[in-house]
Every structure is written in structure tokens, then in C-alpha cells.
Design a binder for this molecule. Structure first.
Ligand code: ATP
Ligand code: MG
Length: 414
């Protein structure tokens, strides 16, 4: 393997040393995403390990080496080691004895090939030892990784019948690593078994969708999800894909990384009430839901021809985050349209926006002679409205003069 710094990373080495001290040399290998990404020359996120040691032995081996062991999923053979402040998922080699569409009853084994056979895709069934030698028990994984082919280990239809989450994982890996024509057998099986997705808890669906949408370019994968009927099973309200496609364009035009949550929002229907319903159905967190509902709001109106001053008022009223989301979603309707240059200018201005604060407070209003009470709030509201209209002047003298005039007006109004 070319770039194998992750293999010699001291935190990983400490885990390998701990397990080999108990199980002997070669009892543990790197597996899954880290090996796949190393082969593909992609950055490595987290490190998963596979071992012949059974879970209890893993726990005691880690403890003996002074590492923390978290029993993440003992039934399925998974223990998380904490080393150098990071988590390493260690799973005992296993085969699935019985499956029910999502959960499996497992039996531990010491056979790497058996372990590979229960993994989802050939490019995810790659192992590497601590010297960086890659093992490919299915015989197909290395070639698949190099070519960006997402192919089920074994028969696609049977593997999905065992665990329907694999449908979403298929499209997630397709979005992140797929190149060339997608595997026809896999697509057909996803389509045939799309109904089974109804049994997945919303939390799992949301997690997979957000991971999928975090790929730099998920457009083709989402198009295939729509074509196979998978998208409508997990997002029944998803409209056409043009806003998602447009948003991906906008991100690219602005040189920004993927914004998975906003991309999800671009697949939702457009009114805040509908967004709230979708957020509830998919069990978004409060913060995620609030962001997407705010992004769907319409007032104050953002248009490509709005003036800079009007944009600044909108930024002040909405907050920069909400305004940015709305600008991007609006621009996403026609990323290369006649207004593209205007939208780009507005987004750039919004990015540079520094929040403004009114230089006077309630105490200043009282000091200026207003009786404490509702009039203070009213005077502040009027003052802020004037200040926004005047494009946020900073001098306190001008604000004081205006405040005096406002207070006179309120008095006269009595
Ligand atoms: P990522 O970079 O997203 O972490 P990954 O391939 O490491 O990708 P994980 O979800 O961390 O994905 O899973 C680790 C490995 O466990 C996978 O590579 C795969 O071999 C196996 N695996 C995970 N989930 C399943 C599943 N539902 N069915 C079969 N194998 C699975
Ligand atoms: Mg992983």
C-alpha cells in the first residue's frame, strides 16, 4: 500500500500490540473502510479491525495493555478500543447464522474468508496486516476498489433479504466511490426489495441519507435511488431532484464542501409546514429541524436583484446562517441562469457579513427619559427599525438624537 501512515500510527499500533500479545501474531487485521480507502488513495476516516480473538478475550487483552474497552455490541462481536483518544472498532471474525432482514444471530469463526462472506460489498471485504499486506478473501475486492465498483459479496438479492440496510449502504458507497456503470444485479435487487425499507427505523435511514449526501457528488446515486423506487420509500415527499442538483452546482461554484443537511432539505417539499412534517418523520434533531424550517421561510424576500442594503437588512433580521441557506436554495433553482452572477455576489457578501449590534440598550432609553415599562421596548424597536433602514450607522450620537425624536413621538402619541 502506498500511503500507509495510518498503519504505523502509534494509537493503532498500541491496539494491535495489545491484541497480538493475547492472540499471537496475525490474530488481528485492518478491515473495511480504512483498507478500501487506502487502496483507492482516499483519506482514511476511522479504523476498523477484525480479529480471531473472541470479544471477552479482546476486552481482557485491551485492559491488560491499559487501554479502555467499550463493549459496543458484544452479541455481534464488537468491542471499541479507546487509544490515543480515538475509538477503534474491533470485531471478532464471524458468520451470520440467522438473519431477519436487519439483525443477525452470529457465530464466531477463525476463518477470514467466512468473515469476508458476511460483509456487504467486495471492496469492503478487504483486510490488511500491520505490514500493509492486503488480503482479499473474495478475490474480487481489490479489483472492485480500484475500479470503483460496488458489488455485493455473493448474491445481491439474498444479501439484501438478510439486511435491508444494505440497500441504502449500496447507494451510499455508490455516491462516495462509484465509477462507471453501476452493477446491474445490485440495482435490480435494490429495486425488487425497496419495500423492505419500510421496516428500517427512521434514525438509521436519516444517518445513511446524511452520509450519502455528504459525498462530493451524490447526484447520480440519488437519481438511481429515484429510478429504482428506493428514494420514494425513504423520502415519500421528495419532489424532483433539480433543487438538489442545483445546490450541488452552487456549492461547486462557490468552492464549498458538501452541506449534507441542506442537501437533504433541498429534497423536501418547500413550505415550512411541510418541512416540519418531513423532519418529524425522519426524526431530525431539534437543531437540524429548526435549520431546515428556517431555510424554507419566505420573508423577507431574497431576490437576485435586491440591493446590498436590503441584503444587509435581511442578514440582520434572519441571522447570517439562515440567510445563507435561503440564498443557496434560491440560487439552486437555476445555478447557471441569468441571475447566477447576482446570486454569487449576494452569497459572497453574506459570507463576509459581520453581525451588527445596536449601540444603545434599554438602560440608555431610560436614561434618555423614558419611564421604565412597555415604552422602552417600543422605543428600542422603532430605533432598531430606523437604524436598519439607515444601513446600521455606528455613531452613538446619531442614535441618541434619533432616540430622542422617537421618545417625543411616543409621548405625543399618548
Ligand atoms: P466508512 O468509511 O463510512 O466508515 P466502512 O466501510 O468502514 O465505511 P462501516 O459502517 O464503518 O463502513 O462498517 C465497517 C465494515 O463492516 C464495512 O466495510 C463492511 O465490511 C462491514 N459492514 C458494516 N455494515 C454492514 C452491513 N449492514 N452488512 C454487511 N457488512 C457490513
Ligand atoms: Mg468504518
Amino acid at each position: 500500500m502506498e500511503d500507509a501512515a495510518w498503519i504505523t500510527d502509534p494509537a493503532a499500533v498500541a491496539v494491535l500490540d495489545a491484541l497480538e500479545a493475547a492472540g499471537g501474531p496475525g490474530c488481528v487485521r485492518f478491515v473495511g473502510g480504512c483498507v478500501r480507502n487506502a487502496v483507492m488513495g482516499r483519506p482514511i476516516a476511522d479504523i476498523d479491525l477484525a480479529t480471531r480473538l473472541e470479544p471477552e478475550a479482546v476486552v481482557s487483552a485491551l485492559k491488560a495493555a491499559g487501554l479502555k474497552a467499550v463493549p459496543t455490541g458484544l452479541d455481534h462481536g464488537t468491542v471499541t478500543a479507546v487509544s490515543g483518544g480515538r475509538g477503534f472498532e474491533i470485531t471478532t471474525l464471524r458468520r451470520d447464522v440467522e438473519t431477519d432482514g436487519r439483525r443477525a444471530v452470529v457465530a464466531f469463526t477463525s476463518d477470514w474468508a467466512e468473515d469476508a462472506a458476511r460483509r456487504d460489498f467486495t471492496l469492503n471485504a478487504l483486510y490488511a496486516d500491520r505490514e500493509g499486506w492486503v488480503f482479499d478473501p473474495t478475490g474480487q475486492g481489490l479489483a472492485a476498489a480500484r475500479a470503483g465498483r460496488i458489488v455485493f459479496v455473493g448474491e445481491a438479492d439474498r444479501r439484501i433479504a438478510e439486511d435491508c440496510l444494505r440497500i441504502l449502504r449500496f447507494f451510499r458507497f455508490l455516491a462516495a466511490y462509484g465509477q462507471g456503470e453501476p452493477d446491474a444485479e445490485a440495482l435490480a435487487a435494490c429495486e425488487a426489495r425497496a419495500d423492505s425499507l419500510a421496516s428500517l427505523p427512521a434514525e438509521r435511514v436519516l444517518k445513511e441519507l446524511l452520509s450519502l449526501l455528504a459525498a462530493p457528488n451524490p447526484r447520480e446515486a440519488v437519481r438511481l435511488m429515484a429510478r429504482t423506487g428506493v428514494l420514494s420509500r425513504v423520502l415519500p415527499a421528495a419532489g424532483d431532484l433539480s433543487r438538489l442538483n442545483g445546490l450541488c452546482e452552487v456549492e461547486a461554484l462557490m468552492g464549498e464542501g458538501p452541506d449534507a443537511l441542506l442537501r437533504l432539505g433541498s429534497l423536501f417539499p418547500e413550505t415550512p409546514a411541510e418541512v416540519a412534517r418531513e423532519a418529524e418523520r425522519l426524526r431530525l434533531s431539534g437543531a437540524q429541524r429548526d435549520r431546515l424550517i428556517a431555510a424554507a421561510g419566505r420573508e423577507p424576500r431574497l431576490t437576485p436583484w435586491m440591493s446590498s442594503a436590503a441584503l444587509r437588512r435581511a442578514l440582520h433580521l434572519l441571522g447570517a446562517g439562515v440567510a445563507q441557506d435561503r440564498l443557496r436554495l434560491a440560487w439552486a433553482r437555476a445555478p447557471h441562469g441569468a441571475s447566477a452572477g447576482d446570486w454569487r455576489g449576494l452569497v459572497a457578501e453574506a459570507r463576509a457579513w459581520k453581525p451588527r449590534t445596536l449601540g444603545l440598550s434599554g438602560a440608555d432609553v431610560v436614561a434618555a427619559g423614558a419611564p421604565p415599562g412597555p415604552r422602552v421596548g417600543e422605543a428600542l424597536r422603532q430605533l432598531e427599525a430606523w437604524w436598519m433602514e439607515a444601513d446600521f450607522p455606528e455613531g452613538r450620537e446619531a442614535l441618541r438624537a434619533r432616540l430622542a425624536a422617537i421618545l417625543r413621538g411616543l409621548e405625543d402619541g399618548n
